[in-house]
Design a protein around this ligand. Structure first.
Ligand SMILES: Cc1cc2nc3c(=O)[nH]c(=O)nc-3n(C[C@H](O)[C@H](O)[C@H](O)COP(=O)(O)OP(=O)(O)OC[C@H]3O[C@@H](n4cnc5c(N)ncnc54)[C@H](O)[C@@H]3O)c2cc1C
Ligand code: SF4
Length: 483
């Protein structure tokens, strides 16, 4: 145990965010550095619980008390070994995960939880800085070939595990760069892309091959894929977006979030869909909406308003969401701070009824109405209709599952009742040798779940190819968050 009195002596502390007026002038990550002595204090707050609920909160089963203790003792080398034992990419989760481990931390029952995520990211950043993250090529090759379709966190985790198990792995990606939503969904100010690139360098050196701009199912048919490879992992994400079929939806200037964010991630300053000087409305109150807000502000929007149909969530855990569940709370992400500092608004319990356009077919305004809660089916409240200026609108209302395009059709995979690709306990679909991992099988989820699924699916593939496996299997496909 780190320090038996650490949790009594030290309060939870996180690094400061850079001042809003400074950070919105660039695209770099928003957090300041966190001095080592402060981090040691944070690690010392861990109580090394007899039953560490943080383990249960994390689908990867991260060995959290162990690395808290190691950081407290400055044994960084061993800390990264323990962290990498369960997580291929702590630099992604340490920056981007909403940290269900912290929601489940025992200290959170009557105090603030351990700053687990901060400790995690400092361990991996330290390891990269020291040159400890080196390629781990397989000791022996199997001559079995595996295709991984989709290069998000699920595909990358599966690919790294399978390459290290000795298989010849090719990752196919239809975008022009590897990373899935990490690359073209999540903006630079949340995670700088250099973190993806340096991990890919390690993976290439281990022997994983990457082929970009290949739309599998079109550029390579399902039949060709099956002929060339001994096994296939489908990790194409849940990219079918939810739309808003109201009058005026076809006006110019109304985009899906995933139409708006990728070009901004490619060219920050000169994205062809640009918010500069425009009144921007972001529909949807989740993480994707926050990413649109931060992007629009950095592009120089005249104003930004975020709309959400659900009522405003509570600031602290209500009795209906007790520890150790993952509560839905009113969060102030960095983008929200930037929004309110700039005079923007987060409006809850409203529904968009119509978009109004100008003579040239450009969106000009958005009409909305206040609504009752979900129990009433979001019944409009008469007399609350109003119009707000809207020259660029982004729809961030979630995703409906995988696109059922040529690849899935030609393979002939089955779907579960929610429309995701169905799989058995080994992550294999109904098609022999074709596996599925990440959002494509689970539905829209989180990076940490995608990595856990990629690792678990890799063990299924390895056993399928060789008859046995030593690869870890962190979660069942049916495992769900503690809510
Ligand atoms: C804007 C946004 C922000 C988010 N922010 C967070 C966050 O902060 N924290 C968090 O934990 N989660 C976040 N999420 C969710 C998280 O990104 C996803 O759960 C995760 O990326 C899913 O990983 P995946 O590997 O299953 O799929 P994805 O990351 O979606 O990757 C799938 C890849 O497959 C490719 N592909 C699909 N079909 C084909 C094909 N036929 N041929 C070749 N390639 C194909 C796609 O181009 C894509 O690159 C966010 C999601 C969005 C949309
Ligand atoms: S639950 Fe919290 S205090 Fe307990 S071991 Fe995990 S991180 Fe430490």
């Amino acid at each position: 145990m780190a320090d038996p009195k650490g949790f009594l002596t030290h309060d939870r502390e996180l690094p400061a965010r850079r001042p809003v007026d400074v950070r919105i002038r660039d695209w770099r990550e928003v957090y300041e550095d966190f001095p080592a002595p402060k981090l040691t204090k944070q690690a010392s707050r861990c109580m090394d619980c007899g039953i560490p609920f943080c383990h249960n909160g994390c689908p990867l089963g991260n060995l959290i008390p162990e690395w808290n203790d190691l950081v407290y003792r400055h044994d960084w080398r061993e800390a990264i070994e323990r962290l990498h034992a369960t997580n291929n990419f702590p630099e992604f989760t340490g920056r981007l995960c909403p940290a269900p481990c912290e929601a489940a931390c025992v200290l959170g029952i009557n105090s603030d939880p351990v700053a687990i995520k901060r400790v995690e990211v400092e361990i991996i950043d330290h390891a990269f800085a020291e040159g400890w993250v080196t390629p781990q090529p397989a000791a022996r090759r199997t001559a079995k070939k595996v295709a991984v379709v989709g290069s998000g966190p699920a595909g990358l985790a599966a690919a790294q595990q399978l390459t290290r198990a000795g298989h010849d792995v090719v990752v196919f990606e239809r975008a022009d760069a590897i990373g899935g939503l990490l690359r073209y969904g999540i903006p630079e100010f949340k995670m700088e892309k250099r973190h993806i690139d340096r991990r890919l360098d390690q993976m290439r050196a281990e022997g994983t091959e990457f082929r970009t701009s290949v739309d599998v199912g079109v550029d390579i048919t399902a039949a060709q894929l099956r002929e060339e490879f001994d096994a296939v992992v489908l990790s194409g994400g849940a990219t079918a977006w939810r739309d808003l079929p109201v009058a005026g939806r076809d006006l110019k200037g109304v985009y899906q979030a995933m139409e708006y964010l990728p070009p901004a991630n490619k060219d920050f300053e000169n994205s062809p869909i640009n918010a500069r000087g425009k009144h921007v409305v972001v529909i949807g109150g989740g993480d994707t909406g926050a990413d649109c807000i931060g992007t629009a502000i950095r592009q120089g929007a005249a104003s930004v308003t975020q709309l959400e149909i659900m009522p405003q969530p509570p600031a602290a855990r209500p009795g209906s969401q007790p520890w150790p569940t993952f509560p839905i709370l009113f969060k102030t992400e960095s983008a929200h701070e930037e929004l309110t500092d700039g005079g923007g608004d987060r409006v809850y319990a409203v529904s968009t009824t119509e978009f109004a356009g100008d003579a040239d077919g450009n969106v000009r305004a958005l009409r909305l109405v206040e609504v009752e809660g979900p129990q009433s089916g979001f019944k409009p409240i008469p007399g609350t209709e109003r119009e707000i200026p809207a020259e660029l609108v982004t729809l961030s209302m979630g995703f409906l599952g995988p696109e059922k395009g040529a690849l899935l059709q030609d393979l002939g995979v089955d779907y579960d009742p929610r429309g995701n690709v169905a799989r058995d306990k080994t992550y294999m679909t109904n098609v022999d040798g074709v596996f599925v991992a990440g959002d494509m099988g689970r539905g829209q989820s989180l990076i940490v779940w995608a990595i856990a699924e990629g690792r678990a699916a890799a063990s299924g593939v390895d056993r399928f190819l060789t008859g046995e496996t030593a690869l870890p299997y962190p979660i069942l496909p049916t495992a769900r968050p503690l809510v």
